[in-house]
Design a protein around this ligand. Structure first.
Ligand SMILES: C[S@@+](CC[C@H](N)C(=O)[O-])C[C@H]1O[C@@H](n2cnc3c(N)ncnc32)[C@H](O)[C@@H]1O
Length: 223
């Protein structure tokens, strides 16, 4: 893994790399589903954030596929983190079955797409997207290619973009000397560059690293 050192947490028994405050916000966001589009998550791990969002979506009557993208191949950091909640994984384990088991009891209509993004995003069927959570695209070119792929399906004034590792990098900006570190600022640089297309809805700068933005209008892409 990288410089990322998230707190490990849990949602309904599923080890999570996000905090209970974020899970509560995802519940609330799901309950606010308008019916205009699908929900997708890119970087789902064992399903805690998917489950938190889906709990709310189900309450709101969500009836579309839930799109989940991940390579679902356990690395050493994931094995160690899961063990903190007595979930035993092994390196290179295919985590897709565990994800499906954890999430399908909440909502069975899952489109789980296993493999590397951004390439695997091309399996998306092109429906309008109402909720888009990113917890895998963090560096360029992966972040740029992923958001470029998804943005044409965003709905102005409706879509929520969740960048789940936003503040970890933002608050460390300028403090790190490690080679390559600045590449993790891709999501922060993106939001700052295209600030006219997004408004901040909710941020967790202290007890998490997530930030959620409302997509207001199409992006005027610059070089
Ligand atoms: C931080 S974890 C997601 C944690 C989850 N949202 C939670 O809070 O519990 C990031 C996930 O992204 C996946 N991932 C990272 N880079 C990826 C890539 N290029 N393609 C596909 N999946 C990737 C990893 O396999 C991992 O499961």
């Amino acid at each position: 893994m990288s410089v990322v050192q998230k707190e490990i947490s849990v949602y309904k028994g599923i080890p999570a790399m996000t905090t209970p405050e974020v899970h509560a916000y995802l519940n609330e966001m799901g309950r606010g589903w308008t019916g205009a589009g699908t929900a997708i998550e890119v970087g789902c791990w064992l399903g805690a954030t998917s489950a938190a969002l889906l709990d709310g979506l189900v309450e709101a009557g969500y009836n579309k596929p839930f799109w989940a993208f991940d390579r679902w191949r356990a690395n050493s950091a994931e094995v160690r983190k899961a063990s903190e909640y007595d979930v035993s994984l092994h390196i290179e384990q295919d985590l897709a079955p565990l994800y499906q088991k954890n999430v399908s009891s909440i909502y069975p209509n899952l489109n789980t797409i296993k493999g590397s993004i951004p390439e695997k995003l091309h399996f998306y069927n092109g429906e309008p997207i109402e909720v888009c959570l990113f917890d895998a695209p963090k560096r360029n070119p992966v972040f740029h290619d992923s958001i470029r792929f998804c943005e044409p399906y965003f709905i102005p004034g409706v879509t929520v973009l969740g960048l789940l590792d936003y503040y970890f990098y933002k608050r460390c900006r300028g403090t790190q000397n490690k080679k390559d570190w600045a590449r993790f600022l891709a999501p922060v640089n993106f939001i700052e560059k295209y600030s006219e297309s997004f408004t901040l809805m909710k941020e967790f700068p202290d007890n998490s690293s997530c930030a959620f933005f409302k997509y207001e209008k199409p992006i005027a892409w610059k070089q």
